[in-house]
Design a protein around this ligand. Sequence first.
Ligand SMILES: Cc1cc2nc3c(=O)[nH]c(=O)nc-3n(C[C@H](O)[C@H](O)[C@H](O)COP(=O)(O)O)c2cc1C
Length: 328
Amino acid sequence: MLPPILQGLRIPVVGSPMFIVSGPELVIAQCKAGIVGSFPALNAREKDGDPILLEAWLTRITEELDRYNQANPDRPAAPFAVNQIVHRSNGRLERDIEICHRHKVPIWITSLGARVEVNEAAHDCGGIALHDVINNVFAKKAIEKGADGLIAVAAGAGGHAGPQSPFALLQEIRDWFNGPLLLSGAIATGRAVLAAQVMGADLAYIGSPFIATDEANAQPDYKRMIAESGAMDIVTSSLFTGVSGNYLAPSIRNAGMDPDALDHADAETMSFSEGAKKPKAWSTIWGAGQGIGAIRETVPAATYVNRLADEYRAAKAGVVGLEAARAG
Ligand SMILES: Cc1cc2nc3c(=O)[nH]c(=O)nc-3n(C[C@H](O)[C@H](O)[C@H](O)COP(=O)(O)O)c2cc1C
């Protein structure tokens, strides 16, 4: 059984958190369209001496969704989620946990490390914690440490993708885990959302397609590149963060590098500290998963969610029709 907070979505989809790309505009649009919207807490970066931006974002999201719900009691917005990067280099983690706890964030998504105290903070304010994993060993550890649900990040996902086939990953996790399970990686159509459920997931976790939406915090060229690219344009490299991730090859070429001859980098170089130095060219290296062949234009997030909902309904009807034809 899904926890109540994940029930009643228009379609079983979570808009996944994306570094730089996901902010309040996208989250609010996703939630109003009926899917869970999310953002990484680290995206809310204020300048020294300015008021804490994470506070402002949470207040804005909560108030705007409350107003929307009062005006649309028959079709309320979906809940939102905040992503915490639980990596030792994230010097803001404790502060951000305290802020999210005080704002009673309903869904907590943790990545790059499972920690008991983060899950406890989520539970203490009435929320749930979902942890993203790339294999079954990490999945077991996350549940041992108190996560309520898992996000299986399979091959082809944007950001720090895993190496495993979604079939292999889901079947190993579902073998022992009956709780909330999300599938991440190259899901971009309503048909793929249904496929994820058939494979054993409860919900689909979709990132890259939302880069090409009006509300995403991404340069127009990045949005255009998503709309013009397909799976063959995605390369996997550890060079840019120290951990294997998927990137748009044309953006690597534009930065003067050969996407087919990239060096490797060590996981030790990964840093989420505020002052982490990165070569300037890397700000124009753009991440994306392999599913973007389904994205042809930049549209409002609600338009894309409507498309997913229509495709999801049609795919379900198609499966029922197939069964009926076989039975008849
Ligand atoms: C540009 C980009 C940035 C991302 N940043 C984060 C992040 O900050 N935290 C996180 O947990 N996942 C991050 N991800 C991973 C996504 O949350 C999600 O797992 C992935 O996008 C799903 O695959 P898809 O892009 O093929 O839909 C990022 C993905 C992309 C494409």
